[in-house]
Design a binder for this molecule. Structure first.
Ligand SMILES: *[C@@H]1O[C@H](CO)[C@@H](O)[C@H](O)[C@H]1NC(C)=O
Ligand SMILES: *[C@@H]1O[C@H](CO)[C@@H](O)[C@H](O)[C@H]1NC(C)=O
Ligand SMILES: *[C@@H]1O[C@H](CO)[C@@H](O)[C@H](O)[C@H]1NC(C)=O
Length: 513
């Protein structure tokens, strides 16, 4: 504990201009990867009998919601360009590729009784191509694209969704357990539930703040836990894979040190982090006590006889506790918190939390309005996880930066280097981070931002026939960091040409989880 605090102090002093010249290196067995998700890169939205997902429906019904009008119908068209995608991964020299399987591509209705072999063939080919070059597949089972037929039955607010997901997971585990050793059940429950069911921002855009969003949280978490349990019982012994969940762990700091802000930040952390982490990692399991107290009290005031936050039964609490081999940490930025000055619509998630967010004025802004560069926040988030959840095994499953088009993406390079510095320091202070995943391998369809915000290490020319990909400066910098295991702030490539390294047979390390 003392060591941790001393180092934190060091880091803060360092960031104030005193130079900390110590060279830090990523260990040899640290895994580097890059990520995408199905809806954002695949295209082929109705190819080969794929079923409709809620994102197909949402953006077809509401083209006005997309900033530049470009939805995921075609996108980077990885459904046809997957060989090039694997070539890019070889150019980068990564150890693994995180991608997601589109549930309606393989089970068009969502249900287990109708398997689409043509859809599965796409993933067969992709996985085999990765393995041919010793790049490990890291598979996300669910990255926001629910089969529309399941949404018509209430989607994630229907308690049956837990079983639907479990059956889907079993089919995918069965097919790929011998080839895939890293599994992520679900990506970002907060986005699925709070943004998808509690607002109109993300599909399905239900705006069900009465209880839909919290019902969704419960069901999504249970679906994860059931899939984890299933893997333990039916696959773990033979295949020895690792199963985790990816949670948005951005950092929340008080805007200043006044008492009211201390209380506000405690609420922000409970609702943004604890709601998902406590049921899995806390000693007693269940949702955070603070969230329970606030939502129970408000529900009563709002005239409900039961709390809008559903209860977890003792069996459900037990099932959820410890249901991960690693925490997938998605980290992008930091928010500064104070009590809300405005009245939010009631009932709503915002009203329950009751805080306002801002970001440091001096922090460098990305293209996305919510994204600013504050590397110290990654360090603090890691230490928070360590102290509150007892040094969990972590794989950073997303971290990245948005820019406009163009290959000379200096702002992405600066952001990446800054955060790697913070990450190395967090690791020196005993954070159990085993791997890092850059979001994203290539420009893709950023949900309702369309292609107006570019997250790629590779630029995609969306106007070109074959959605041509070109390495950005950041791709070359990332490749150099992977090769040297260290962050050299002075390093520059001679030009923007990237090649597959001569020895691109990976060492095939396994993360020690
Ligand atoms: C809060 O207090 C800490 C320690 O006393 C100090 O380092 C930090 O700068 C303060 N933060 C703000 C925003 O004033
Ligand atoms: C601290 O933040 C509060 C808002 O929560 C603000 O009213 C107050 O002026 C701030 N104090 C200082 C010293 O900046
Ligand atoms: C696109 O790909 C197809 C198939 O590989 C190829 O025949 C065609 O020439 C390519 N088009 C361009 C403009 O590169």
């Amino acid at each position: 504990m003392r060591v941790v605090l001393l180092c934190l102090l060091n880091f803060l002093i360092g960031s104030d201009g005193f130079t900390d010249t110590k060279k830090r290196k990523f260990p040899e067995n640290f895994l580097f990867g890059a990520a995408t998700s199905a809806y954002q890169v695949e295209g082929g939205w109705d190819a080969d009998d794929k079923g409709k997902s809620i994102w197909d429906t949402f953006l077809h019904d509401h083209p006005e919601k997309i900033v530049d009008g470009r939805n995921g119908d075609v996108g980077p068209d990885s459904y046809h360009n997957w060989r090039r995608d694997v070539e890019m991964l070889r150019e980068l020299g990564v150890d693994f590729y995180r991608f997601s399987i589109s549930w309606p591509r393989v089970l068009p209705t969502g249900f287990e009784n109708k398997i689409n072999e043509k859809g599965f063939k796409y993933y067969d080919d992709l996985i085999d191509e990765l393995l041919k070059y010793s790049i490990q597949p890291m598979v996300t089972l669910y990255h926001f694209d629910l089969p529309q037929e399941l949404q018509d039955l209430g989607g994630w607010t229907n308690p049956l969704s837990v079983t639907w997901f479990e059956e889907y997971a079993r089919i995918v585990f069965k097919r790929y357990a011998d080839k895939v050793k890293y599994w992520i059940t679900i990506n970002q429950p907060n986005t699925i539930c709070i943004d998808g069911y509690g607002s109109e921002a993300m599909a399905p855009g239900i705006n069900a703040m009465d209880s839909g969003a919290y019902e969704c949280v419960k069901n999504v978490l249970l679906a994860h836990a059931k899939a984890y349990d299933l893997y333990q019982k039916e696959f773990k012994k033979k295949f020895e894979g690792n199963v985790g969940i990816s949670i948005a762990v951005n950092w929340y700091d008080p805007i200043n040190n006044s008492t009211e802000n201390a209380e506000a930040v405690e609420k922000a952390r409970a609702f943004q982090l604890g709601l998902y982490l406590d049921p899995i990692y806390s000693k007693d399991g269940d949702f955070p006590v603070l969230v329970r107290q606030i939502v129970d009290k408000k529900s009563k005031e709002q005239g409900y006889s039961a709390s809008r936050l559903p209860k977890l039964s003792p069996q459900e609490i037990k099932l959820l506790k410890g249901s991960v081999d690693f925490l997938g940490m998605n980290h992008y930025t930091t928010f500064l918190v104070k009590p809300s000055q405005q009245e939010y619509q009631s009932p709503s998630f915002e009203d329950d939390v009751g805080v306002e967010y801002s970001q440091g004025e001096q922090w460098k802004p990305a293209k996305s309005v919510w994204l600013k560069s504050a590397p110290y926040g990654l360090y603090k988030a890691c230490i928070y996880l360590n102290l509150n959840y007892d040094y969990p095994n972590i794989i950073i499953t997303e971290h990245g930066w948005s820019s406009g088009p163009g290959l000379r993406d200096n702002s992405r390079v600066d952001n990446m280097r800054g955060y790697f510095g913070a990450l190395l320091l967090a690791m020196e202070d005993a954070t159990q981070v085993k791997g890092y995943t850059a979001w994203s391998l290539m420009d893709n369809v950023e949900w309702t931002a369309g292609t107006s915000e570019r997250f790629g290490l590779y630029e995609v020319d969306f106007e070109s026939e074959n959605k041509t990909r070109k390495a950005r400066l950041s791709a070359l910098v990332y490749k150099n960091i992977i090769e040297t295991r260290e962050v050299d702030l002075e390093w520059k490539p001679k030009n923007l040409k990237i090649h597959i390294s001569k020895n691109d047979k990976k060492n095939n390390y396994k993360a020690e989880l």
